[in-house]
Write a new protein. Structure first.
Length: 132
């Protein structure tokens, strides 16, 4: 369950938590902080804060899941290709599925940008759910 602090990733976390609770499963929650963003970063979009980086976003995920009854482990990856980190975690953590938030690109724009979600869908060995 990759998160990046955006509204879409929080929706995906809630969805993944509901699935885990229904199935009796657990979550692996991860985030990938890019080198230029290793320090904590929060920015505002409209009326809400939508991004936190590194430990901050994982701490926020812990808070969201606390009291939910869902067991979770947390991974912080630093730098590199986000999709590669997610696909590697799928294998090393023996995940049964991947749930991630959409970035909201249209189909044509997403094709040109080679979005993380597109790379995950094309290369994952498990079912992938993209939450809008």
């Amino acid at each position: 369950m990759p998160i990046d602090g955006t509204e879409y990733s929080w929706r995906a976390l809630e969805y993944a938590a509901a699935l885990a609770k229904l199935s009796g499963g657990s979550l692996v929650v991860m985030t990938v902080a890019q080198k230029e963003l290793f320090s904590t970063a929060v920015f505002q979009q409209g009326d809400c804060l939508v991004a936190q980086i590194g430990d901050e976003v994982l701490d926020a995920a812990r808070a969201v899941l606390s009291g939910s009854g869902v067991s979770a482990s947390y991974l912080l990856e630093k730098g590199g290709n986000i999709a590669e980190h997610i696909l590697r975690a799928e294998k090393t953590e023996k995940c049964d599925a991947i749930v991630l938030g959409s970035r909201g690109f249209g189909m044509l724009e997403g094709l040109f940008k080679n979005s993380v979600s597109q790379v995950i869908v094309e290369n994952a060995d498990v079912p992938v759910t993209i939450v809008k």
